[in-house]
Write a protein that binds this ligand. Structure first.
Ligand code: GLU
Length: 445
């Protein structure tokens, strides 16, 4: 049997960290098991779905490396949903309701005030033919509800274990609105059945939906896929992902300069029993993927941790892996440069600052003109290598008696105009003698 998973975004907005994680988990499962990965665009809401959002979602998924094998759009599949609705109607499981939103709201409030759950009372099922005819004559178009069994539905969740959903505690879900448009519930089941999805992997906000959808699968005579519901993302305090983080788009993180594999490493590992650390590639993440590692507690997403993972990733990357990225940032000054600045980077683009410092004219910061002038005279002859900085600073130390911070800080400030930065031993040969002379003399160089 071919395994198939799907990621089903609605193109009503951009891809955010939460749904990107769902996409990633589906993709990792697919890579690990050889399943097909289907991208299903849930664009039944024609008014709110845009081609621009769809293109952006695809761009973001491709950037993350969540490449799909197949793609379907719900907007091209309405005839299938109509057929399924017809089948449910024939089975007496889809019934017309004429209540207006206001009527429903009033009944919900009354139920609540009497301490009863605000579950739809199925009044529409008790309408006489005459009452129905009257509504129709008034020009009221019905919306259509699915008749739940009112029993407890049990399924084995691959993450949460045994789940029991009591459909008696739920309102019969509206599948079709009065204007004839479909809500999410039915098209999703029809597609999962028709496209032979073997595993539904999605956020745990869909657990109750799953109880409902299992009944629709059955009503349509379709096999019920395996299900896995992942805990949602939370912020570091464990609260619901805050507004700022909740709206954190993949686009924003890309623009910030985060490496896709750093983001994937974090999203794949938070909330699991594995340590959160950068992994070299998606193949490694896929090989390590297992539902049993995913915990029940919310996965905590912390932007600072993302930066840390990004930094640790960069610190371990060799020149070949970053060459293109450095070139793009205007910072490809060769392998020695990369190895010099790598330990100090949080983001690859920060290398550009150091590229400017070693290769372009710079106004130095002279904290002690006399000391710097003395040091200038002690600069060794070129060529400079890994030992040049040590012999230079040893000479300055002997000559001036300065040591520790008093020795190193004025030199670093003059040569780089910064208080902190990469190891001077590695930077010094990259700066070169001519610039070093100028800078120590307080000249732009
Ligand atoms: N479009 C739905 C959502 O984004 C898909 C849910 C599902 O995976 O079934 O919530």
């Amino acid at each position: 049997m071919t395994l198939r998973v799907r990621f089903a975004p609605s193109p009503t907005g951009r891809l955010h960290v939460g749904n990107a994680r769902t996409a990633l988990i589906n993709m990792l499962f697919a890579r690990k098991t050889g399943a097909k990965f289907l991208l299903r665009i849930d664009d039944t809401d024609l008014a709110r779905s845009t081609a621009d959002n769809e293109a952006a979602i695809e761009r973001d998924l491709a950037w993350l490396g969540c490449v799909w094998d197949e793609k379907e759009s719900q907007s091209a599949r309405f005839p299938l949903y109509r057929q399924a609705a017809e089948k449910l109607r024939e089975a007496g499981l889809l019934y017309p309701c004429f209540e207006t939103e206001e009527e429903l709201e009033r009944r919900r409030r009354i139920a609540l005030s009497r301490g009863r759950p605000p579950v739809y009372d199925r009044a529409a099922l008790r309408l006489s033919p005459a009452e129905r005819a009257e509504f129709e004559a008034e020009g009221r178009a019905p919306h259509w509800r699915f008749k739940l069994s009112g029993t407890v539905r049990v399924f084995e969740d691959l993450i949460r274990g045994r789940q029991a959903i009591d459909t008696a505690a739920l309102s019969d879900p509206v599948l079709i609105r009065a204007d004839g448009t479909f809500l999410y519930t039915l098209p999703s089941v029809v597609d999962d059945a028709e496209l032979a999805v073997s595993h539904i992997i999605r956020g745990e906000d869909h657990v109750t939906n799953s109880g409902v959808q299992i009944e629709i699968f059955e009503a349509l005579g379709a096999a019920i896929p395996a299900m896995a519901h992942t805990p949602l993302l939370a912020d570091i305090e464990g609260g619901k992902l805050s507004k700022r983080l909740g709206s954190l788009s993949i686009e924003d993180l890309r623009d910030e300069g985060i490496e896709p594999i750093a983001l994937c490493s974090l999203l794949a590992k938070i909330g699991t029993s594995d340590p959160v650390e950068p992994r070299p590639d998606l193949g490694t993440l896929a090989a390590e993927f297992d539902f049993s590692k995913i915990g029940r507690a919310p996965a905590r997403f912390d932007e600072d941790e993302l930066l840390l993972v990004n930094a640790r990733l960069l610190h371990g990357l060799d020149y070949a892996a970053v060459r293109a990225g450095l070139a793009q940032a205007g910072a490809d000054l060769g392998a020695e440069f990369w190895h010099a600045v790598r330990p100090n980077l949080e983001l690859l683009r920060d290398a550009a600052d150091w590229a400017v410092i070693v290769s372009e004219p710079l106004a130095p910061v002279i904290s002690d003109p006399e000391f710097c002038a003395q040091a200038t005279a002690l600069l060794p002859a070129e060529p400079w290598g890994p030992e040049s900085w040590r012999s230079f600073t040893d000479a300055v130390k002997t000559q001036t008696g300065a040591k520790g911070k008093a020795l190193f800080l004025p030199l670093r400030l003059a040569l780089t105009s910064r208080e902190h930065g990469p190891d001077m031993g590695a930077l010094f040969p990259l700066i070169g003698r001519a610039r070093a002379v100028a800078r120590l003399m307080g000249e732009v160089g």
